[in-house]
Design a protein around this ligand. Structure first.
Ligand code: PEP
Length: 260
């Protein structure tokens, strides 16, 4: 085990996306709130904005933490329909996803916006989970590393590094999200190692400490071998996080959950 690995705990985050209603969410959190999370790792769920308070209240006595799926890049004011970082903090969120591929590709979010959102979150005392990943055509054209490096570029400027230091990163190949087609542990590890080395070549000291999660069709059946890779520090889980048994099995593979 390398020194950096020893410094990094595992983290598993469930992204519920735009799924569920009050009844199904109550059922899911009833199962999750029984969870005993080990101190060596963390478990987080990101419900839709509307249900943050409901989920936050229900999980307040449990070790499962609250996260959100998005945030506005501005701090407050006349931005109809948006939700600010300070509002998320107010509701008890600790982690917030930014730059998820669905935000980038369906809603046209730019890497500049992703950086601005992460900056807002840091100012509010929240941890941004910055998602990056290549499309299938980028992978097939052999430009996976170039694509990932471009998405990280705002975080590697002089001003950006101060933000990056406080972020968690998530490598999520776009072709693996919601498709059932996970990257192999080797494919994922190659990109995670590249990200760590690329960041390390620009800024000393940060990269060994950075948690880099893998996301893209992680399931109970493939989580353990992905999380065993030296540069993979846990997972960002979509579909499988909607089924308590499956999500907890993934958390167990990361060492963040002990069946009671
Ligand atoms: C995600 O939404 O971040 C994700 C990885 O989804 P899935 O696990 O369903 O591929």
């Amino acid at each position: 085990m390398h020194e950096g690995e020893l410094m990094r705990s595992k983290l598993v985050i469930g992204n519920w996306k735009m799924n569920g209603d009050q009844a199904t969410i109550n059922g899911l959190i009833a199962d999750l709130s029984k969870t005993e999370v080990s101190r060596l790792s963390e478990l987080v769920v990101c419900p839709p904005f509307l249900y943050l308070q409901q989920v936050g209240n229900s999980l307040s006595q449990s070790a499962v933490k609250l996260g959100a799926q998005n945030v506005c890049q501005f701090s407050n004011g006349a931005y109809t329909g948006e939700v600010s970082a300070s509002m998320l903090k107010d509701l008890g969120c600790e982690y917030v996803l930014v730059g998820h591929s669905e935000r980038r590709h369906v809603f046209g979010e730019s890497s500049q916006q992703v950086f601005d959102k992460a900056s807002q979150l840091i100012e509010a005392g929240l941890v941004p989970v910055v998602c990056v990943g290549e499309t299938l055509s980028e992978r097939e054209s052999g430009i996976t590393e170039k694509s990932v490096a471009e998405q990280l570029s705002f975080f590697l400027t002089e001003q950006g590094v101060a933000v990056l230091e406080k972020c968690v990163l998530a490598y999520e190949p776009v072709w693996a999200i919601g498709t059932g087609l996970s990257a192999t542990p080797g494919q994922a590890q190659d990109v995670h190692r590249f990200m760590r080395e690329h960041i390390g070549s620009r800024v000393a000291g940060v990269s060994a400490r950075l948690q880099i999660l893998y996301g893209g069709s992680v399931k109970a059946g493939n989580a353990a071998e992905l999380f065993a890779m030296p540069d993979i520090d846990g997972g960002l889980i979509g579909g499988a996080s909607l089924v308590a048994k499956e999500f907890l099995a993934i958390a167990e593979a990361a060492g963040s959950y002990k069946a009671t």
